[in-house]
Design a protein around this ligand. Structure first.
Ligand SMILES: NC(=O)c1ccc[n+]([C@@H]2O[C@H](COP(=O)([O-])OP(=O)(O)OC[C@H]3O[C@@H](n4cnc5c(N)ncnc54)[C@H](O)[C@@H]3O)[C@@H](O)[C@H]2O)c1
Ligand SMILES: [Zn+2]
Length: 401
């Protein structure tokens, strides 16, 4: 046997900025110029999702002007390529081929750059195309939603859906850089903007009690999606997600634990059962509530702490109930949501591993969840929602759809 260890070190850079394409902002220019120093001017293909254009009608023009102004160092090979985004883009294999064709046509090589601008779904699509063309082209991700800036977009994987399954094809690949332009959040609809807050609460529970306390102190402003606390929440959320990736010892997820998916076994199933009428953020809020109530029931999490966390989730504007939780599998007569546990195990591979919270800022892993306990937690949630609605903690009628 010949055996050698291959050790690689990656730099994972996340830059926060405002107005990335205003002429005076040197973030992108400097990032690319520095890496391209050996190769001459950095050649760049920009791809952006069409959903951005309604709220940012001059985006394409600003990008062209930006590259023109900095043409001494960076070279835009063509006008930005506009493609559809949203989850549907990950189901359309022809878009992967379109991106590969553009990369080939413009002679984008392993020393060139693809800049992908859009929501998490679009970044996944463009990231996959860039990672597989020539076995990997440098990718600059520019996520444009709160969820992708604070969570998915700062990660190290990409993927598209195949065989009707989410992220069935994809790679682990550390991007060249992530540039979070917080100005993009201004054009997000309120509901999509709120979604990112739940991942911030999630990661505070897993890793950072002072951050949880900060979010608590800013809950009224966060509920109104005020710029200052929102930006701080997204920034810290991104930082904690990246800290986890860099320090957990398993950035490419070889093991079966995935702590960043706290609350996600219910969430994935609820999104699916509701045919995505419940958004990811809304589903994670409910999923975390089920796991918290379960933990309170089994004595893992003190009642007072659990209640405090649930109150923060509600205070920033999430409704902790969905009628889809009561959808029953006709063949078994049991809530469909229960199948989420088995599917979560399959998704991760290996042994079922669920992350729970024994106290704010600390996580543990368990390998089974008692079905009767989960059903009781669902009852607690149902009851709690009724009570919360009566005392006005959440808007009567459920508030946001
Ligand atoms: N790669 C990873 O590590 C990772 C991790 C978590 C999630 N994800 C993936 O991310 C995707 C979800 O991403 P998302 O939550 O950003 O949703 P999304 O990409 O589906 O975007 C939501 C909607 O917002 C629109 N939009 C995006 N930016 C906008 C802006 N600034 N203004 C107005 N509208 C805008 C989009 O067109 C879309 O309709 C899923 O496919 C999920 O699988 C990936
Ligand atoms: Zn999530």
């Amino acid at each position: 046997m010949i055996q050698r260890a291959i050790t690689l070190t990656f730099e994972h850079r996340i830059v926060f900025t405002h107005g990335a394409f205003s002429g005076a902002n040197l973030t992108l220019r400097d990032l690319i110029a520095e890496a391209a120093e050996l190769d001459g001017r950095g050649r760049v293909l920009v791809v952006l999702e069409d959903g951005l254009l309604a709220g940012n009608p001059n985006l394409g023009e600003s990008i062209v002007c930006y590259f023109d102004r900095h043409r001494d160092a960076i070279d835009l090979v063509a006008e930005p390529m506009v493609l559809p985004g949203g989850e549907a883009c990950k189901n359309d294999w022809s878009l992967v081929e379109k991106l590969w064709r553009a990369i080939e046509f413009h002679g984008i090589c392993r020393h060139s750059f693809v800049i992908a601008i859009g929501g998490g779904a679009f970044i996944d699509l463009a990231g996959f195309a860039a990672a597989t063309a020539h076995r990997g082209i440098r990718l600059v991700r520019m996520p444009t939603t709160t969820l992708s800036q604070g969570d998915g977009g700062v990660g190290v994987k990409n993927g598209v859906n195949f065989f009707g399954k989410k992220n069935w094809i994809g790679t682990f690949c550390v991007p060249f850089a992530v540039v979070n332009d917080l100005d993009f959040l201004k054009s997000l609809p309120e509901r999509a903007c709120r979604d990112g807050l739940i991942e911030a609460i999630k990661v505070s529970l897993l890793r950072d009690r002072p951050f949880f306390e900060y979010l608590e102190s800013k809950a009224p402003g966060l509920r109104r999606l005020e710029t200052e606390p929102l930006e701080r929440a997204i920034r810290r959320s991104a930082e904690l997600h990246v800290d986890h990736i860099a320090t957990s010892g398993d950035p490419f997820e070889f093991g079966s634990a995935r702590p960043l998916d706290f609350g996600h076994w219910v969430a994935h199933k609820l999104e699916q059962v509701s045919r995505f009428a419940v958004s990811h953020g809304e589903a994670v809020a409910i999923g975390m509530a089920v796991d918290l109530l379960y933990s309170m029931r089994i004595g893992l999490l003190p009642q007072r702490t659990g209640e405090r966390i649930l109150q923060l989730i509600e205070a920033v504007g999430f409704r902790l109930w969905s009628e889809f939780l009561d959808r029953v599998d006709e063949s078994t007569g049991r809530p469909m949501i229960l199948a989420g546990l088995g599917e979560f195990r399959e998704h991760l591979g290996g042994q079922l591993t669920i992350t729970l919270i024994p106290e704010i800022g600390r996580k543990i892993e368990v390998h089974e969840m008692d079905e009767a306990g989960v059903l009781a937690a669902l009852d607690d949630l149902r009851q709690r929602y009724g009570v919360a609605a009566e005392v006005g903690l959440v808007p009567a009628g459920g508030g946001r759809k």
